[in-house]
Design a protein around this ligand. Sequence first.
Ligand SMILES: [Zn+2]
Ligand SMILES: [Zn+2]
Length: 257
Amino acid sequence: MFVDTHCHLSFPEFDQDRNEVIARLTEGNVSVLIDPGINVETSRKSIELAGNVDFIYANVGLHPHETEHPVNKNVYDELASLALSPKVVAIGEIGLDYHYPGYNRSAQHEAFREMLRLAKFLDMPVVIHCRDAWEDMLHILSEENHSAMRGVMHCFSGDTVIADACIRKGFKLSIPGTVTYKRSLLPDVIRSVSLDDLLTETDAPYLAPVPYRGKRNEPAYVRIVTECIARIREISVEESAQGIARNTIELFRLPPA
Ligand SMILES: [Zn+2]
Ligand SMILES: [Zn+2]
């Protein structure tokens, strides 16, 4: 049983063949898929999809790219009420992204803090998107009392030092398909942590693993990520898959798969 803890299956890239993609999940033994929202509209779509398929769950989020202009209170109110829908298992994706110059950092900080507080209030885990902003992200987590939170660094892209800092704050690391890319730092990270600290994801439709790199990613490829982790840690694929499924069920408080 493989788990894709972060897949945008409700995005338009899957409008033509979503049912076939879901059928390939069942054939490929993927037992859990979590679909995160990036704003009000996509969070609503994630919830709708999760309502239709047993093993699909939703997250309600506000991506840092969505915060170029300060977000008004209605948006937060709407996200808070969506978060109460059945099958919403986390607040995400939320976070900081400094990758492209010119982003409004203070608007990102404000939205990130607001959403962390919502997660704390609802006692839900957080799914954090962080790119080139580790120092500020860890600082904000400390200020917002991370010890009262649990969650995951989705599509983890840091090195072993950052991995250690995140884990010491109580967060798990989700490994995406980029682990199969030649220059990836992830193999070192995967060797340096415990299997208990790891989750798997595709972030489909983006970041397809080798040998599909450059094409549309799809959630069934999470098997490739799980196999890659097994190879790096020198354990069986079964042990890798079972450990990661256990971590996922525990973090998101899912019914046993
Ligand atoms: Zn992301
Ligand atoms: Zn994403």
